[in-house]
Structure formats: C-alpha cells, structure tokens
Ligand binder design. Structure first.
Ligand SMILES: [Zn+2]
Length: 424
C-alpha cells in the first residue's frame, strides 16, 4: 500500500500530549512515523504547511434519515457531509422508519456503512420498541448487531420504571443509555418559553421541561450505576444538576450541540424556522453557562445533532420540524470559540474527537506510532461559505446557510485513505 506523508503541518493530539510542527508518515492504514522533516521519496506528499493535524472527529448524535426519510438525507450524503466536516465515525440516531429497534435494521446500517466505506457509521438502537415508550427493546440482540448505545432520541422515555430498567440492563452490557431530556407534557411549545415566545405569540417550551428530566435521569443513574449520557444539554440549571451528580460520582456524561453555544432564543427573530430546534435556543445566561461548563469539563463532548429537513418542512415556525444540519458547520463554530479564547485548541479536539470516542467505546483517538490513521487536517483561518457548491447534505436547513464561515477541513483520512479533499 502506498505511503502518505503529511508535510509541514502542526500536530495537536490531546491523547498523547503531542503538540508541534511535525511530519506524519502513514502506511498500511496506520501512522508509522512522527518526526520533524521526514523524507520519504516513495510516498505521496500532502503539503499541509500552516494547517492543523488532529485525530479525526467522532459525532455521537447524527440523524441520517436512512432508512425511511431519504429525501432529507441518506447514508451516502450523510457520510459525505461527515467527512467534509472532519468526521470519520458517527453514531446515527434510531428515529428512522422503521426505527432501529431490530437487529435487521441495525445490520442494514452496519452493512451499508461498510459498503460505502467513507465514514464508519454505528447505529444507536431504540430504548423502546417503535420508540413508543411502552416496552424495552432487546438490548442484547441489538448490541450483537452493532448498536453502541440506546436512545429514543426525538422523544423522551417518560416512564421512570422503564428508564431504570434500561440503565440496569445497559450497565451489564457496558453501553450508555442516551436520553433526549424534555418532559413531553411540559415541552409542548415551538421556541424557548420567555419574552421571545410572548413577543411572537407562540407557545414556548419551558426550560424546566429539560431540567426535570435531567434530574430524574441523574437520580436513576446514581442509584443503578448505569452509564447515562445526556443529549444536547441547553440550560444553566441543567449544567448545575449535572455538576452536582458528577461530584457524587455518578456514571454520567453529557454533550452540547455547537449551535447552542453561539445562538440564543433571539435567533428565531432573525432566522425564523431555521433556528427552531429541540431543546430550543435559550437565554444569554444559559449560553454563557454552557461555555463555562465546556471549559471546566462539566460538559464532556460536542455532538452535532445533525438533523436534515426538506425545505418544505421549514416554513412557519409553528408548523416546522425542529433541527438543523451541522456536520459541516461544527468545526467553524468551535474554532470561533477557540479564537475567543473560551477553550483551547487541544480542548476542542478532546471535545470533538477523544471524548466522544470514549463515550461510545471506540478505540482511543490519537496520532501516535501504530495508531489507526483517522486524521483530520484543517485550516483554522480559511474562509468559506456554506452554499449549494460546498454543501454535501441533501438538506440546507441551518441559520448559517449562505453565511461566511471561518475554518475549513482540507483533508480527512480514514485508515490512511483520503476520504475528503478540499476541492480548492
Ligand atoms: Zn434530541
């Protein structure tokens, strides 16, 4: 197999504490040498002068809409968006049609992922059959078929007894239970409940809907010892609750969606339905708390919650489906936080690569001799616009559509193979 040499880049690897201007030589899908000024005349040389070389990203919250809603996205278009965003592994959510509640559907995902051979895709299985919240899925057979976590994402598992049992069984299986935490009775509105919902005359979703569910789930995780992973945390009090239970030694991790770090409820005034998401964008004080928690380590990882929808599903705020595409916008958003000195570049890579891999039990993400060459090379200064020409998703629902972004993936390597190359 041909050798590949990344020449002149700046390596940042939080796993091995490696940082510096180093060349990286790759052969047979693995990193074989990391040194200053490597000469290898038999290798294909990629000049990455001035670029950052890091372990490729892992997204543990992706909606690929496949099977069932492939007019919005499918595994191929989703994989292309992923590698263009620097990701080489995804955990896809099971709210498909049919939902991923049987080994057959889970195997469909694994087989198609292997066939496409672009980005590794692992399924999350449903917590309950049909995501109906009534009967637990067969976690054993789903795990056997490749599921790395369980969630009814999109909906909350409201039945506390089932949630407790799920945590108990998943604790034996050593896989995380992920919950979209919003009490469905309280969370019936379209935007955050507050002055903006009042101004627009739209029913709001109160932040307590999220906080109540997070508190319940933390209590159940505390008692059962099962690994609870909280999806898309968004409020200040929710952060306090997580902090409290982490300090008590609860087996707990949590993610934040990049958009919640840069937008507030006011974005709906500017972007309309494109800024509708569940849980909704909150207040500035919530956003500030999330940033603090990100830097302090209370929040463990970034997860995109990439949620493609067709243009016809994004009209009036009240009638639109929630969610936005984000596999290609996560890096520029996170780099903005690095430029603002809220987090360091090392912390960003930990949040987007090292920690999410750990949460779902993938091999350590690192750039070390003998490690698998899953690598992202990005230019933190490059400006670009997310538009028809640069977008790989089938959908274009994001408040950042046609906006100028800063920070671009130049190469993505999966097992030493170039799966994305910036066309410019
Ligand atoms: Zn969700």
């Amino acid at each position: 197999m041909k050798k590949l040499l990344l020449k002149g880049g700046y390596v940042v690897d939080p796993s091995s504490n490696l940082k510096g201007k180093l060349d990286v030589l790759i052969q047979g899908g693995k990193v074989v040498k990391i040194e200053k000024n490597i000469n290898a005349h038999d290798a294909e040389i990629l000049n990455v002068e001035g670029k950052i070389i890091a372990p490729a990203f892992v997204d543990i919250h992706t909606h690929l809409r496949d099977p069932g809603h492939i007019y919005k996205e499918d595994m191929l278009s989703g994989s292309k968006s992923a590698v263009a965003g620097g990701y080489t592994a995804l955990l896809c959510m099971p709210n498909t049609s049919p939902p991923i509640d049987s080994p057959e559907t889970a195997s469909y995902i694994r087989e198609k992922s292997t066939r496409l051979s672009l980005c590794e895709i692992f399924p999350a299985g449903t917590l309950t059959l049909g995501r109906k919240g009534e009967k637990l899925s067969d976690f054993y057979s789903l795990k056997e078929a490749g599921c790395l976590a369980f969630t009814d994402d999109g909906s909350t598992l409201r039945n506390s007894d089932l949630m407790k049992k799920a945590l108990e069984v998943c604790s034996e299986l050593k896989v995380p239970v992920m919950n979209h935490c919003e009490d469905p009775v309280l969370a019936k509105g379209e935007v955050n409940e507050g002055e903006i919902s009042a101004l627009l005359g739209i029913k709001g979703r109160h932040s307590s809907a999220e906080e109540i569910m997070i508190a319940r789930d933390c209590i159940l995780a505390y008692h059962t010892g099962g690994h609870l992973h909280i999806q898309h945390i968004s409020t200040s009090l929710a952060v306090e609750i997580v902090k409290f239970f982490k300090e008590k030694g609860t087996n707990l991790s949590c993610e934040v969606n990049p958009y919640h770090l840069v937008f507030t409820e006011r974005e709906i005034l500017r972007s309309g339905a494109q800024a509708k998401v569940n849980p909704p964008f909150r207040k500035e004080k919530d956003r500030e708390k999330l940033l603090e928690a990100l830097a302090e380590g209370i929040i463990d990882c970034i997860a995109t919650d990439h949620a493609p929808h067709h243009t016809s599903e994004k009209g009036l705020v009240e009638k639109s489906l929630p969610g936005m595409i984000s596999l290609q916008t996560a890096l520029p958003i996170m780099l903005q936080l690095v430029r603002e000195k809220i987090i360091t570049l090392e912390r960003m890579i930990e949040l987007m690569s090292v920690n999410p891999a750990k949460i779902i039990g993938l091999a350590e993400r690192t750039i070390a001799v003998n490690s698998r060459a899953d690598i992202v090379v990005f230019d933190p200064e490059k400006e670009w616009i997310l538009c028809e020409d640069s977008n790989f998703s089938k959908s274009k629902n994001t408040p950042l559509w046609n906006k100028e972004l800063k920070g671009k993936v130049i190469y993505t390597l999966k097992e030493g193979k170039i799966v994305f190359r910036d066309p410019q």
